[in-house]
Design a protein around this ligand. Sequence first.
Ligand code: GLA
Length: 396
Amino acid sequence: MTRTDRTTGETVGKLRVLFSELYGVRPSIYRAPGRVNLIGEHTDYNEGFVMPAALDLYTYVAASPRSDRRLKAYSENLGEKCDFDLDSIQPGKSGHWSDYVRGVAGVLESSGYQLRGADLAITSEVPLGSGLSSSAALEVSTAWALLSNSQINVDRNAIPQLCQQAEHLYPETKCGIMDQFISCHGRAGHALMLDCRSLDFQLLPVPSQVRLMVCNTMVKHEHASGGYNTRRRECEEGLQALKQVLPAIRALRDVTINELEQHRERLTPVVYKRVRHVVTENDRVQEAATALSEGGLAHFGRLMADSHRSLRDDYEVSTPELDLMVELANGQNGVHGARMTGGGFGGCTINLVDSGHAEEIQQRLAQNYEARTGLRPTILICEASDGAGAVAETSR
Ligand code: GLA
């Protein structure tokens, strides 16, 4: 039995009990995973390349239909309820977790899906706000639940963009497409190399002896109020300035490093660094895809190290805690590569490690990190897992 099977059984069992206590009926259950990004950070909204994997950590939404047009939801993690009328949802941010639920319902309705009212109960294994894409897991699992609950066929290809739109219009984070996409399209044992312009993707097997070690620095990121939207604006500024001399470019994805160097004086020093990160990171993702498919783990690891440096020095989204976690991992036997993962400003690092060494690395890293910072990190040994779907009725 894998960790996913075990946690699904336990989590689903508890969620069913909770649901019948709250609403007095037996629900159907849907789930969507969090993700870790192996390489390709802050490239998605520049129409570039990313390489995430879905994690064996899921958000579960239990649902049953109502006869009216209300949407009620209960978050087990937060112990809080919310309640909306499907006919009066308006875009805009309240700052409450329910913005994600309201946002998905609002965008589905405004995109022409006629939803039924629903009672929902939500529980998540994805640590909230730690850069493992708990928001996308909540959006995608909610979309799955609301559509299925309304007997509408769920189109795996349509969900990522609808959920991304919900995140733009309601919590008002201008996220790219990566998180919602991998939450829908993840595959067990595989990373996914995504072209964020065409949305073509390639599944790349993760070697069976490799584990995805996710290290939570316990310093929380704040996307919206932090620098995420600022970084997007800086990229946009770089794009507009470069377009004046490179009229054929549509996004930073189209800029080469030579072109950037040639027109460097058109950009402020800060914008130049931001663009340099995006341009070099896109090249790294493509090189990493080749390395992974050829089993070149040492090469992959060097690209992860370069990615981390670029995020730290050029994109300036790392933190001292992320840098320390990476530095501590790099010294360990059995670690192929380490870098910060996700949007940054805190959150998690990802290490690619050999399964035979994983537990020893986990323990040593936790001890060393705590000794240096006084913070006790959560370090998880994960496997690449499947994307969103309905949970079989037979799961307890
Ligand atoms: C967040 C966003 C993604 C992506 C990453 C950075 O996770 O939701 O779209 O931009 O940051 O790579």
